[in-house]
Ligand binder design. Structure first.
Ligand code: SF4
Ligand code: SF4
Length: 301
């Protein structure tokens, strides 16, 4: 694969074998997620806590939650079977930064056994700033932050509450704190050369127009990619946007918004909204071949 003409070579080195950060790479390199981080510190109106974090994933099926030791066994089993494996991500099913001890323990174990695997996390950003230095120490090279608003008035329609500094906040107070922590976390990552992808969930009538503003803010703060994802609201399958049940956008609405963002932060258009325990090339999910009952008790190499 070859470097896009508008990308410098240092950046290309970081993205060329990450299937989510490079559209090219997604044909050749595989990722896997391990669902080790169930706790979350905010409530999103589009989240159904029974399922994976909608930061990244399509709700509908519960992921198998793993301990860090179980996750290590699984990563080794997958590495033995899937030669294209290049990236290990932790995308919940809650928040990887808030459930930090499990995230860290998992990455430490895996990095010891498979030193060349790339590590990435997804987070809502609230607990991100206090972990940035550890992310650098642990060589976590890619971070995804879900940012749905830069205006607390919009935010209060998306987030009923957050839990921060030992207390719960609601309304615009909650959204303002979340916004400030997200921007600070993004700036800190950019300063340290960690590649960032911003996920935004497009919620018609709530933040669809506003995502143009979000795109500007994140571009100014060094975001590498902006990934606008459709809200998946499907009451028939137990997923609904809060009490209002706001519908998701259709494909044309999503594309129109993405088109209006061209020229801003680089857009990701190949995201598959993978599950928190997805395995394989993007667009395939071999996760069901690697459930705990199918992998060896003792890792073997
Ligand atoms: Fe759910 Fe993820 Fe939002 Fe937490 S950050 S409430 S797990 S969608
Ligand atoms: Fe990549 Fe999107 Fe899947 Fe995350 S959800 S692993 S960004 S394709």
């Amino acid at each position: 694969s070859s470097r896009p003409t508008d990308m410098d070579s240092a950046t290309w080195e970081k993205v060329k074998d990450h299937p989510c950060f490079s559209e090219e790479a997604h044909h050749y390199f595989a990722r896997m997620h391990v669902a080790v981080a169930p706790a979350c510190n905010i409530q999103c109106n589009y989240c159904n806590r029974k399922y994976d974090c909608a930061n990244e994933s399509r709700p509908g099926v519960v992921s198998e939650k793993l301990t860090p030791d179980q996750a290590l066994r699984k990563v080794i089993a997958v590495a033995n079977e899937v030669p294209q494996l290049s990236v290990l991500g932790i995308a919940g099913p809650g928040d990887a930064c808030y459930d930090w001890n499990k995230t860290r323990a998992t990455f430490e174990r895996v990095a010891r056994e498979i030193p060349d695997i790339k590590l990435c996390i997804s987070t809502n950003g609230l607990a991100l700033p206090e972990h940035v230095d550890e992310l650098v120490e642990m060589n976590i090279s890619h971070v995804t932050i879900t940012i749905n608003m830069v205006d607390p008035e919009v935010g209060e329609q998306i987030y009923p509450w957050i839990f921060y500094g030992h207390r719960r906040y609601t309304g615009t107070d909650a959204a303002k704190i979340l916004h400030e922590r997200q921007m600070l976390g993004l700036e800190m990552l950019s300063e340290r050369g960690i590649l960032t992808k911003i996920n935004s969930v497009m919620i018609p009538g709530v933040n669809d127009e506003h995502l143009i503003e979000v795109n500007k803010w994140v571009r100014e703060r060094g975001a590498f990619l902006h990934n606008v994802m459709p809200l998946i609201s499907d009451p028939a399958h137990g997923t609904s946007f809060g009490l209002t049940g706001q519908r998701g956008p259709n494909a044309l609405e999503l594309k129109a918004l993405q088109d209006s963002l061209e020229g801003g932060a680089r857009l990701m258009r190949h995201c598959r909204q993978c599950r928190a325990d997805a395995v394989g090339l993007l667009g395939t999910d071999r996760g069901q071949e690697f459930t705990l009952d199918q992998i060896p008790l003792e890792p073997h190499y």
